[in-house]
Structure formats: structure tokens, C-alpha cells
Design a protein around this ligand. Structure first.
Ligand SMILES: *Cc1c(COP(=O)(O)O)cnc(C)c1O
Length: 385
């Protein structure tokens, strides 16, 4: 038991259903559930298990320790991990039968050496930069790297199972770079195949491309955000439009409720001032818990929304390290311990992570992933029906 006043509640049935829904959007492809960043804050292992129960045949992590954690928890699904430096535990990854991305020439050298040391055949996915301008082999680097990969393959040290890339504007499906990147990808895949490589999986689509661009589903789609039931394209529609529902609810009990007079400045800097005699409620969550300080509210600039006793209120004044304040209104009946919902499924009229993102000038990805590790996670529907 924990006495922590706040908690993150994760509905694993929502994750299962969201993966099923994504699989039906991409009927010709397998689904890799991206569970990086502690499954976008939802909890790595429980979320990964639910995603597999929902039909994901692959799991993806950026950080290699998360891939190892998935294996250590007993998940036998194919796993791809992609963001590591020269000191990465490649031997352990190969022993754990985790597929690794190769995004730079040094990485192939390192993976090849690990394969020799362990006697394992490394399953590699060549990451190509088709225009994002982030990680990945440039089209200019690919031919030389392919020579080295084929030499390692001839030794039995590596198997080139995938070629993959990532979009710069997947969330703007008609942006000209989307078509351009898909074209570059097609050409680079053709180059690899022309060298006698039979690829198991060509993959390009994140959540937004999975939901909006069937032409790029290829063999495998890699949704992250949508697995957790949030819309990657809020300008085109909320989760319900895509058959998704948010899995995460954040809730907390009020620490204190007290009466104050009109004209009372609230929290540091008095950014908010009461406009009547009223009741203030102190919420024991702050930026150390992942509440964005940009969610603060002033009289001319409402803060992020919450739901208390069926009413929608907004953060009053500055968010502090461990707490923020609500103006509950004159005559409010709440007492210490009463439940405040920050965001959730939206089904009960409460705000969503997307509402918080809009209020704080960010994206829902950042809202869910920043919920602090110190917040206890509680899981609903752990057993599949
Ligand atoms: C995070 C990530 C994804 C998933 O992106 P979403 O927009 O959350 O679906 C897919 N591929 C790569 C390479 C990523 O880094």
C-alpha cells in the first residue's frame, strides 16, 4: 500500500482494444506496439503484455534497457530496439534474441563484433534517413554499409531482416514530404533487395501514418501513441474517430479545502486572484509529478482543466513543485480527500490528455510520458476477458 495521494490508473483493456483497432486499420501488416519511455508513461511490462494480448506481434523500444526488461519479464514476442551508443550491451541484446537497428556504420561494426563474441546471428534492421534528418543512414551511406553487412552475413554473423525509416510530417498526411520520403524509402528497399537480401519486414508507419495513410503500411506498422488511445492527429479527430480510447487516468485527492476572501492572490507570484469570497482546494501534485508548469492559470489565461465533483475547473495560479490550487467557488462542498481527475478517457466528461496538451502548449505525447515515476501506477482489467 502506498500513501501517495495521486495515482496513474491504466486500463489495460483499452490498450488491448486499441491494438485490435490498429490491426484492423492495417490489415495487411503486422503491428509493432512501441513501448518506449516506459510505454509512454503507462508502465512498460503491463502495457507490453496487454499490447501482445491485443495482437501486437512485435514490441519496439528506443532504449535498449527497456528491451532487456521486456525479455526479463518473460515476453517472448519479437522485439526491436533502436537507440544506443557504442557502450551498449550488444552481447546481452543478442543473447536475449532482440533485433537491433543499425543506423550508422559504427553500429554495424559493433553488432558484428558482438555476434562474433556471442556466436549469435544478429538480426538487424537498417534504419535509413529518408528525410527526417534525425537518426539513420543517409542514402549516401547505405551502399557502403550494405557491402559490410553482406560480408558479415556471409560469415553467418548478421541477418538483414528489415529496412525501416520514420516520417517528419506523418501528422500532416498531405504534406509533400510524406510522399517524397515514401519514394526514397521504396528506392532504398529496392537497392537492398537488388543485392540478394530477402527482407522480412519493411516498416515506415507510426500511429499517424497507420491511421491516415494505408499506402505506407508495408509489412509492419509501428504505432506508439495510438496504442495508448490518444489521437496523433487531433486536428483531424479525437481518439473515438479512429476507434481508440485513452488508457491513462490521472487522479488525486484534495489535500486541503479552505475559505478565503475576495482579492486573495493565489500561489507564487499571485498570478491568479480570487474574484469573490470563495473556497480554495489544494491539489497535492506539482511539477515534480510531471504537472507542466505551463499548465498554470491566471485570470486572463485559464490553466489546465480538471474535474471535481462533476464540475470542470481550471488550475488557479502557478503550478508549484508538489502542489497546485483550484478555486472551487463560493459554497463549494468538497472536503480534503475528495477526488480530482486531471485527465482520463473523457467518457465521463472529464478532461483528456489532449486538453492538457492544448492548455500547456504541448502535445499529448508529452503529457502522458512526463507523469513522474514516483506516481504509483494502478492497473485495471489485468486479465483479458
Ligand atoms: C516513437 C516512434 C514511433 C511511434 O510513434 P507514434 O507517433 O507514437 O506512433 C515509431 N517509430 C519510431 C522510430 C519512433 O521513434
Amino acid at each position: 500500500m502506498t500513501s501517495y495521494p495521486a495515482r496513474v490508473v491504466v486500463d489495460l483493456a483499452a490498450i488491448r482494444d486499441n491494438v485490435r483497432s490498429l490491426a484492423s486499420h492495417a490489415r495487411t501488416a503486422q503491428v509493432m506496439a512501441v513501448v518506449k519511455a516506459d510505454a509512454y508513461g503507462h508502465g512498460l511490462v503491463p502495457a507490453a503484455r496487454a499490447a501482445v494480448q491485443g495482437g501486437a506481434t512485435w514490441l519496439g523500444t528506443a532504449q535498449v534497457h527497456e528491451a532487456l526488461d521486456l525479455r526479463a519479464a518473460g515476453l517472448r514476442t519479437r522485439i526491436l530496439t533502436w537507440l544506443y551508443g557504442p557502450d551498449a550491451p550488444l552481447d546481452a541484446l543478442l543473447e536475449a534474441e532482440i533485433d537491433v537497428s543499425v543506423a550508422a556504420p559504427w553500429a554495424l561494426t559493433a553488432v558484428h563484433a558482438a555476434a562474433r563474441r556471442t556466436g549469435r546471428t544478429a538480426r538487424i534492421h537498417l534504419k535509413v534517413d529518408t528525410g527526417l534528418g534525425r537518426n539513420g543512414l543517409t542514402p549516401g551511406q547505405l551502399p557502403g554499409l550494405l557491402d559490410a553487412a553482406l560480408a558479415a552475413r556471409a560469415e553467418g554473423a548478421v541477418e538483414v531482416v528489415g529496412v525501416w525509416s520514420h516520417f517528419a510530417f506523418a501528422d500532416e498526411p498531405t504534406h509533400p514530404t510524406v510522399l517524397a520520403q515514401a519514394g526514397v524509402f521504396r528506392d532504398l528497399v529496392a537497392l537492398v533487395e537488388s543485392r540478394g537480401v530477402t527482407l522480412e519486414v519493411r516498416h515506415l508507419a507510426n500511429s499517424a501514418a497507420t491511421l491516415t495513410n494505408p499506402a505506407v503500411h508495408l509489412d509492419l506498422v509501428r504505432p506508439g501513441l495510438a496504442v495508448y488511445g490518444l489521437s496523433p492527429v487531433p486536428q483531424l479527430g479525437g481518439p473515438e474517430v479512429f476507434g481508440l480510447r485513452p488508457a491513462m487516468t490521472v487522479e488525486v485527492g484534495l489535500a486541503t479545502v479552505k475559505p478565503v476572501g475576495v482579492g486573495q492572490g493565489v500561489s507564487y507570484g499571485h498570478a491568479y486572484t480570487t474574484t469573490s469570497d470563495t473556497m480554495l482546494g489544494v491539489v497535492p501534485m506539482g511539477y515534480a509529478d510531471g504537472i507542466p508548469r505551463h499548465a498554470s492559470g491566471a485570470l486572463d489565461h485559464p490553466g489546465a482543466p480538471v474535474q471535481v465533483g462533476g464540475r470542470r475547473l481550471t488550475v488557479a495560479g502557478r503550478v508549484c513543485m508538489d502542489q497546485f490550487v483550484l478555486d472551487l467557488g463560493p459554497g463549494a462542498r468538497e472536503v480534503a480527500g475528495d477526488r480530482v481527475e486531471l485527465f482520463g478517457s473523457g467518457a465521463d466528461g472529464a478532461p483528456t490528455a489532449e486538453d492538457w496538451a492544448r492548455a500547456a502548449g504541448t502535445i499529448s505525447y508529452e503529457i502522458v510520458t512526463r507523469m513522474a515515476p514516483r506516481l504509483p501506477r494502478t492497473y485495471l482489467n489485468e486479465d483479458p476477458a
